[in-house]
Design a protein around this ligand. Structure first.
Ligand SMILES: CCCCCCCCCCCCCCC/C=C/C(=O)SCCNC(=O)CCNC(=O)[C@H](O)C(C)(C)COP(=O)(O)OP(=O)(O)OC[C@H]1O[C@@H](n2cnc3c(N)ncnc32)[C@H](O)[C@@H]1OP(=O)(O)O
Ligand SMILES: Cc1cc2nc3c(=O)[nH]c(=O)nc-3n(C[C@H](O)[C@H](O)[C@H](O)COP(=O)(O)OP(=O)(O)OC[C@H]3O[C@@H](n4cnc5c(N)ncnc54)[C@H](O)[C@@H]3O)c2cc1C
Length: 572
């Protein structure tokens, strides 16, 4: 899916049909409903959008204003947009492409509101693509990137749909209007959890693409003199260039492995949920929200580092990097804004911390919270040992979670309401949750490289990359590790010098490491990142195709510049 997104340049009208509409049917429809819509969707006999966000609310799903009011006399739901701010706004493909949408609306039956639920609504005629009666549709206009995707708006004026169009796998409304509770109210959000997981893979792929471009180009580009009189070196020989690029390269691998874990975790927990066991839902939500937030944020920053590492040519669309950045920026906001998502992870961590304080043994991705000792014993640590590095990240995360949770408790003891205490500690909470996710990514990376079975040399290279990733994280966040004396200044110095050694060690394998992503030129769409390295010839060809070069003298010359110059000359 990530590759498909990128091939399509961050999306076309049908992207959300594949990544959100069809999975929503798969995950939220009954077997009967699947028989009705799933094959139509899979065969693209209908095209769908995922219509949740409104002009006034995206993050706060409970605040959505679109209503779905059940009318037992006709056994229909009435879908309505009561205010301007209730206008559905942003759904991909809604503007011009889709003829169906899953619409998130507040469910009313027997005079009571049961919160947001998903409804299948036909929005355009299957004959002539005109909006259905009572539906107003349009495109929301150009965006930072992804303009191939017609993000749209929709308003519903008392549009009637059959009762069976409510996606009823979990919650149901009976013919007489009786509401049947789902096993968990959050199951209506299960499709978001799935999509967030897929964003981790998209982030990995976007960062893999950017590093492929920048590393390959850094081997083609020669600049300056390392030693007087010597030939200009490949810019990848400069340590500063390696320091910019190799941590991004390592992060791309780390995120790839994290996305594998996420996919496997999603499969196993949803499998248990199918059997009625909801116990894994909270952890799945916290992990997918945190990983989505962390990986997309690091990716967006990392792509910009790659852009700057390509100098002037990086700023050109020929590099492919601006488009990648625009795509990654979208991933930071879509499917749950990153700060909001990280706060969801923090919420889970605070709960887990309290459980651990109460003597409960934690399991899964948070098990370390109860295992880590609050008072560290400082000592000279072997900063080249992966086990030591993983333990350091876990200690840092556990300390920060404890600190944020205790700070919150302190605020409440001073009389603040829980919600106010939460808000006044939310910066600490975000940092703690980031440290937790970072620690998970490091541990998962270390565990994955240990299981590499291809051959010893591959494992050795990936181990160096994992060390590089971990050491970079420690030096970049040194303060967090030093704060309670877990690491000493000497440990940080040792981490820095190991990091320098790792940069040199990874250098000979850097091109092989990006080639291993196996990103075809057609997917990369970058003149700088071409597999054959013929950058300059193709840069020239690319520029010649600029629309401004269609004529030798541009029409604007005759229209504006010529008269302007003439009048200026006449004044002399
Ligand atoms: C391939 C390389 C190229 C890369 C570039 C490609 C670029 C392409 C760019 C284009 C991108 C195209 C894709 C875009 C697709 C986008 C689609 C969308 O955006 S769809 C809309 C998505 N919307 C959201 O995600 C909304 C976010 N908001 C929420 O999820 C929730 O409202 C909230 C979690 C913020 C709050 O929910 P609320 O009910 O108010 O919950 P509480 O905070 O009160 O919490 C209650 C309780 O429930 C738990 N919870 C919340 N959510 C879930 C969940 N999903 N699953 C399980 N549990 C959940 C929460 O933690 C609380 O638990 P508690 O035990 O009470 O603590
Ligand atoms: C490219 C793109 C594609 C999209 N595709 C779709 C789609 O197909 N279907 C769909 O339904 N939607 C789609 N969306 C909408 C998207 O899901 C929302 O924009 C996103 O969930 C963020 O919500 P918001 O816009 O309401 O941001 P807001 O919540 O208004 O965020 C603004 C600021 O407020 C802060 N904030 C908000 N709440 C809190 C809080 N509780 N605590 C702390 N800070 C807070 C945020 O951190 C942020 O800094 C898309 C958006 C984009 C950009």
């Amino acid at each position: 899916m990530a590759a498909a997104l990128q091939t399509l340049g961050g999306g076309i009208g049908i992207t959300l049909h594949w990544i959100a509409f069809t999975p929503t049917i798969e995950q939220q429809a009954t077997e009967e409903q699947k028989k009705k819509w799933l094959k139509l969707a899979q065969d693209v006999a209908i095209v769908g959008a995922y219509a949740q966000t409104e002009m006034g609310h995206g993050t706060f799903v409970r605040g959505l204003e679109t209503t779905a009011t059940y009318d037992p006399s006709t056994q229909e739901f009435v879908i309505n947009s009561p205010t301007l701010t209730s206008t559905k706004w942003w759904p991909g493909g809604l503007g011009k492409t889709a003829n169906h949408a899953t619409v998130m609306a507040q469910l009313y039956t027997r005079g009571k509101c049961y919160g947001p639920h998903n409804f299948m609504v036909q929005i355009r005629s299957l004959e002539n693509h005109q909006p259905c009666p009572g539906v107003t549709l349009g495109d929301i206009g150009p965006k930072m990137e992804s303009n191939g995707n017609d993000n749209g708006f929709a308003r519903f004026d008392h549009v009637r749909i059959p009762r069976e169009n409510m996606l009823m796998k979990f919650a149901r409304v009976e013919a007489d209007g009786t509401y049947v509770q789902p096993p968990s109210s959050k199951l209506a959000y299960s499709n978001m959890v799935y999509l967030r997981g897929t964003f981790v893979m998209s982030a990995a792929q976007a960062l893999a693409s950017a590093t492929t471009i920048a590393v390959r180009y850094s081997c083609v580009r020669r600049q300056s003199e390392m030693k007087p009189g010597e030939p200009e070196p490949q810019i990848l020989e400069y340590q500063t260039q390696q320091y910019k690029l190799f941590p991004q390269l390592a992060a791309a691998y780390a995120f790839w492995f994290a996305s594998w874990f996420m996919t496997q975790q999603h499969g196993s927990i949803t499998g248990s949920m199918e059997k009625g066991d909801m116990s894994g839902l909270a952890e799945l939500h916290a992990l997918s929200a945190g990983l989505k937030s962390y990986t997309t944020a690091v990716t967006a920053r990392g792509i910009d580092v790659c852009r700057m590492a390509c100098g002037g040519h990086g700023y050109s669309h020929a590099s492919g990097l601006p488009a990648l950045f625009g795509g990654a920026a979208a991933l930071c906001t879509a499917e749950g804004e990153n700060t909001v998502m990280m706060l969801q992870t923090a919420r889970y961590l605070v709960k887990c911390f309290a459980q651990s304080q109460a003597g409960k043994r934690l399991t899964g991705t948070v098990a370390y919270l109860s295992a880590v000792q609050p008072s560290p014993v400082a000592g000279n640590r072997n900063m080249s040992d992966l086990g030591t590095l993983v333990a350091a990240f876990q200690h840092r995360a556990a300390r920060m979670v404890r600190h944020a949770a205790m700070q919150m408790q302190g605020e409440m003891q001073k009389g603040k309401a829980r919600e106010d205490a939460w808000n006044s500690c939310s910066v600490l909470l975000i940092k703690a949750a980031e440290a937790h996710v970072h620690s998970f990514v490091v541990r998962n990376f270390a565990e994955t490289v240990q299981t590499v079975e291809v051959d010893e040399s591959v494992r050795a290279v990936l181990t160096s990359l994992c060390q590089l990733y971990s050491l970079y994280g420690i030096t970049e966040h040194a303060g967090d590790f030093l704060k309670d004396g877990y690491l000493t200044g000497r440990d940080i110095d040792a981490a820095s010098s190991h990091l320098s050694a790792m940069l040199a060690r990874v250098r000979p394998d850097a091109v092989a490491l990006v080639d291993a992503f196996d990103l075809h030129d057609k997917i990369l769409r970058s003149v700088l990142g071409r597999y054959d390295g013929r950058v300059y010839e193709h840069l020239y060809e690319w520029a010649k195709k600029s629309p401004l070069n269609k004529s030798e003298v541009h029409e604007s010359y005759y229209k504006y510049l010529q008269p302007f110059l003439k009048s200026n000359r006449a004044k002399l």
